[in-house]
Design a protein around this ligand. Structure first.
Ligand code: DHB
Length: 291
């Protein structure tokens, strides 16, 4: 990666031309929308609603299926884009099938989404350390590229789930996926999302995400990728200090546009200069007092 600021999964992630635009706007790598073994239309509308300090969505994992999406990955690689493919399944065999096909298509790394809050089978998997370990081990055994396991904050002890991913052979963990939440309309007197609950992202979840990155960094030796409510370079540095080696940015694009990547990257560079740090690695985990 040319820099440690990636596009997170789920935002602008279903088409090669859009992902290329994000990469050209400065992202160090792009993560795709989560891809499964078969085409899937997702939940009926409304699936997205802007709430105070964030975005609430219950898309239901819509995607064209791995065979069609492999062509998008091939296009991205022809254009020189560093691409992390996000994958999901209902059991280990489905993850393996998708992982094999997307790494074959040229994905530089894989991110295991075992933590979608909106599709019961996928969300439950990520709350069970035994399943997280099993899926991670199965995917790692099937591909040669780095594998990151994305963790849900919707558990009591995220450090234990991170350790399960590490035991399964993960090269890194991404923390965090969205928080389960809901919104209600006082005029219709009904929940706004068709699925009732959804995943909350954006600035509202940043303090939760920082706490999770902190706990995960104390629990595992493998690298942590920080994600959740990063809008500015200062937010990104907070994640690095808590132990993230790289960060992901998604919902911020809704607030700041694609210029957000350059803003964050240049802001981190200026911070490193001002503080006299030789590089990002001198900041990673520093809040733990280890550096
Ligand atoms: C969806 C998946 C996620 O992993 C998430 O955090 C939010 C929404 C979805 O497609 O419904």
């Amino acid at each position: 990666m040319r820099n440690p600021v990636m596009l997170s999964a789920g935002i602008l992630g279903l088409s090669a031309p859009l992902l290329r635009r994000v990469y050209e706007s400065g992202a160090g790598a792009v993560v795709t929308k989560s891809i499964g073994s078969r085409p899937r239309s997702g939940h009926p509308n409304p699936t997205v609603v802007a709430v105070d300090c964030g975005l609430l969505n219950s898309m239901g994992l819509p995607n064209p299926g791995v065979d069609e999406f492999s062509e998008e990955v091939r296009s991205l690689k022809r254009w020189g884009v560093t691409v992390v493919a996000s994958i999901f399944g209902e059991e280990a065999e489905e993850y393996v099938e998708v992982a094999e096909k997307l790494s074959e298509a040229g994905a530089d790394a894989l991110e295991i989404n075992c933590s979608c809050p909106n599709v019961r089978e996928v969300g439950l998997l990520g709350q069970d350390p035994g399943m997280v370990e099993e899926v991670t081990r199965a995917v790692k055994g099937a591909v040669d590229v780095p594998v990151f396991t994305k963790l849900t904050p919707n558990v009591t002890r995220i450090g234990e789930v991170a350790r399960a991913a590490e035991r399964g052979g993960a090269d890194g963990v991404t923390a965090i996926n969205t928080l389960r939440a809901m919104a209600v309309d006082v005029e219709t007197c009904r929940p706004i999302l068709s699925n009732v609950t959804g995943g909350l992202s954006g600035p509202a979840i940043k303090p939760v995400a920082l706490r999770c990155v902190w706990e995960v960094a104390e629990s595992v030796e493998i690298p942590v990728i920080g994600c959740g409510g990063i809008l500015t370079w200062r937010d990104a540095v907070e994640f690095l200090l808590c132990g993230a080696s790289a960060v992901q940015v998604g919902t911020a694009i809704m607030y700041r546009g694609l210029g957000v990547f350059q803003e964050i990257i240049q802001g981190i560079e200026a911070y490193l200069r001002r503080k006299g740090f030789g590089g990002v690695e001198e900041v990673v985990g520093r809040a733990h007092g280890a550096a």
